[in-house]
Design a protein around this ligand. Structure first.
Ligand code: FAD
Length: 498
C-alpha cells in the first residue's frame, strides 16, 4: 500500500522539498531541483558537514599527493547562489504522516553548526529525498579504524590526511633501512567499495617506488572477495583483441607485475596494534603482522528512526535491518540462482510513501551482486553491492526529475526510472597524480548489475573494458576538476554528465 500524499493544496501552493545529505546523490538532486523548479518552491538541503567532498580524490590525499583543500569546498556559498536553503544538521527521525502538532510530514534534525550545535528542529516537507550515504561501521570489527583503532581510512578527507601522515612515517622508516609490511583492503567480511582499496594499494605501490623503498616493503591486499577482480559486482568479462578475458586475470596480472600479495576471501574480526586477525573462506584463522594498515569499514545506513503521528515506532516499515531505506526493489529472499536484474529498483521511491525517495548509498539493495559465501564456521564473507559515484549521481537526478514532474504536472505524473541493471559505471584506479608519471587501471562496465537475460556474459562486451596506461590517469584527473566544477554549480555544470 502506498500512502498518497497530495502536497499541492490551494492553501499551500508552493512545495517544500527537503534533501537529506549533500554528497554525490543529494547535492546532484539539489542542483537539478533548483535549476528546474519555478521560483517559489523551496529546496532545503540538510547535511551535518559544512563542506562538500569529492570522495574519489581522497585516495590522492591519502598518499599526500593532494591536500584536504583540493578535495573539499564550503557548501553554503553554492547554495546561496542557487537559492537553496542549507541547514547544517543531521537528520535523526522521520515523521512521514506528520505528528501530533501538524499533519504535514516532517524530518527531525539536530543542528551541528557551532552556533546551534545540539538544537533540534522539525522541518516540514512535501517531498523528501534521503541521500544520507553510508554509516562507516568501524565498530563492527574490534580495533578497526582511526577513531581509537589501529588502522587508517580514506573514507573522509580528514581520515585521508591522517592516512597520508601514517604512510609518510612508514616510508621514512623504510628509508632508514627497516623493512615494513603495509596492508590495504577490507576491514570486515561484508565490506563494499573494493575499487577504492584497489586504487589505494596501487597508489601506495607508486609512492613506495617513487621513494625508492619498494624493495624493502611487503605490500598486501587483504579482501573479502573470493577472487581478485570481483569488486563486489561478481567480476567482469572483457573483450580484448577478439578474445575474452576476465577481470580476475586482468587484476591478477596487475598485482603480479607490481609484486602486491593478495589475501582473498578474508573476514577481519579483530585488529590489535600491529596485528590483523582474520578468518578465510576455508574456515581457518590467521594473523598478519603489519606496520601500516588502511582497511575500509563495512557500510550501513545512517541511524534514522521513523514514527507514526502518535510517536509509535514505524522504523521497520521504511528501513531494512541494515539501516538502508526500502524502495521499489524486490526484497523477496531467494537463492543466488534466482537473482534477476529486475530485482533492482528503478524509481527509488520509498515503500509505502509516494513522496519519499532514497538514492545513492541510502537505498536498500535487494541482495548482493557477487555470489555470497560463508566459511564452514558460518561467517558470511561476501562483498556488499557497490553504489559508486556515477550511479549515485544518476539516481539523485532521477529523483529530482520525478519531483519536478509531480510538481509541474500533478500527482499522476509517472516517476522517472534509472535501474542499476541499465546503468553503467566507471572505476578509474589511478596511481600517482603527475601528468607524465601517473598511470591508471581503468574499468568500465555496462550494466552494473549483470543481466544474463540480455547479455551472454551478463554485461555488454562492447562497453565493459579494462585498460591500463597514462590516458586512464588523465581521465581520472579530468574527472576531479570536472566534478568539482559541476558540484560548484559553475557555468555549464548541467551539461557535465553525472
Ligand atoms: C575512498 C573512496 C573512494 C571512492 N572512489 C570512487 C571512484 O573512484 N569512483 C566512483 O564512482 N565512486 C567512488 N567512491 C564511491 C562514491 O564516493 C560514492 O558512490 C558516493 O559518494 C555515494 O554518494 P551518496 O550521495 O550516496 O553518499 P555520500 O557522497 O557519502 O553523501 C552522503 C551525505 O549525507 C550526509 N549525511 C550523513 N548522515 C546524515 C544525516 N543523518 N542527515 C543528513 N545528512 C547526512 C553526509 O554528510 C554526506 O553529505 C569512492 C568511495 C570511497 C570511500
Amino acid at each position: 500500500m502506498c500512502l498518497e500524499v497530495t502536497p499541492m493544496k490551494a492553501s499551500h501552493p508552493m512545495a517544500d522539498i527537503v534533501i537529506l545529505g549533500a554528497g554525490v546523490s543529494g547535492h546532484t538532486a539539489a542542483l537539478h531541483l533548483s535549476r528546474l523548479l519555478p521560483k517559489g518552491h523551496k529546496v532545503t538541503v540538510v547535511s551535518p558537514n559544512s563542506q562538500w567532498n569529492w570522495i574519489p580524490s581522497n585516495i590522492w590525499v591519502g598518499v599526500g599527493k593532494m591536500t584536504k583543500k583540493d578535495v573539499v569546498f564550503p557548501l553554503a556559498p553554492v547554495y546561496a547562489r542557487k537559492g537553496i536553503d542549507f541547514v547544517q544538521a543531521k537528520a535523526t527521525s522521520l515523521w512521514p504522516r506528520g505528528d501530533a502538532d501538524d499533519p504535514r510530514p516532517a524530518v527531525e534534525v539536530e543542528h551541528t553548526s557551532d552556533s546551534r550545535r545540539g538544537q533540534t528542529e522539525r522541518i516540514r516537507y512535501d517531498y523528501l529525498v534521503n541521500a544520507t550515504g553510508p554509516q562507516l561501521k568501524f565498530q563492527m570489527t574490534q580495533g578497526l579504524g582511526p577513531h581509537g583503532g589501529h588502522t587508517v581510512s580514506v573514507c573522509t578527507a580528514e581520515h585521508a590526511v591522517d592516512a597520508a601522515a601514517a604512510l609518510a612515517e612508514t616510508i621514512a622508516t623504510l628509508k632508514a633501512g627497516t623493512p615494513q609490511t603495509l596492508v590495504v583492503g577490507m576491514g570486515h567480511g561484508t565490506c563494499t567499495c573494493e575499487g577504492a582499496a584497489f586504487e589505494y594499494v596501487f597508489n601506495v605501490d607508486h609512492e613506495l617506488r617513487q621513494a625508492g623503498v619498494r624493495d624493502r616493503a611487503r605490500l598486501v591486499y587483504l579482501t573479502n572477495e573470493k577472487e581478485l577482480g570481483d569488486f563486489g559486482v561478481g567480476g567482469m568479462t572483457f573483450a580484448e583483441s577478439g578474445f575474452e578475458t576476465t577481470s580476475e586475470l586482468w587484476t591478477g596480472s596487475l598485482f603480479r607485475e607490481r609484486g602486491v600479495e593478495a589475501i582473498l576471501g578474508a573476514h577481519v574480526d579483530k585488529v590489535e596494534p600491529g596485528v590483523v586477525h582474520y578468518e578465510t573462506l576455508d574456515g581457518t584463522r590467521h594473523t598478519l603482522d603489519f606496520d601500516f594498515g588502511m582497511l575500509l569499514p563495512p557500510f550501513g545506513g545512517v541511524p534514522l528512526t521513523a514514527h507514526d503521528r502518535d510517536g509509535s515506532d514505524i522504523t521497520s516499515e521504511l528501513f531494512a535491518p541494515s539501516g538502508f531505506m526500502k524502495v521499489d526493489a524486490d526484497y523477496t529472499a531467494k537463492p543466488y540462482e534466482e537473482w534477476r536484474a529486475a530485482d533492482w529498483p528503478k524509481t527509488y521511491q520509498a515503500v509505502g510513501y509516494d513522496n519519499i525517495w532514497a538514492v545513492g548509498i541510502a537505498f536498500a539493495p535487494p541482495h548482493q551482486i557477487s555470489r555470497p559465501h560463508k566459511s564452514p564456521n558460518g561467517t558470511v564473507i561476501a562483498p556488499s553491492p557497490p553504489r559508486t559515484g556515477m550511479p549515485s549521481g544518476v539516481m539523485g537526478k532521477t529523483a529530482a526529475l520525478s519531483i519536478v514532474d509531480r510538481i509541474k504536472r500533478g500527482p499522476s505524473a509517472p516517476n522517472h526510472e534509472a535501474s542499476m541493471a541499465n546503468m553503467g559505471a566507471a572505476c578509474v584506479a589511478s596511481a600517482g597524480t603527475g601528468m607524465r608519471t601517473g598511470s591508471a587501471a581503468a574499468m568500465t562496465m555496462m550494466p552494473v548489475v549483470p543481466d544474463y537475460e540480455t547479455y551472454r556474459t551478463g554485461r555488454s562486451l562492447e562497453d565493459t573494458r579494462g585498460e591500463i596506461g597514462l590516458s586512464g590517469h588523465w581521465v581520472k584527473l579530468m574527472l576531479h576538476y570536472l566534478f568539482i566544477h559541476k558540484a560548484k554549480g559553475r557555468l555549464g555544470w548541467q551539461f557535465i554528465p553525472e
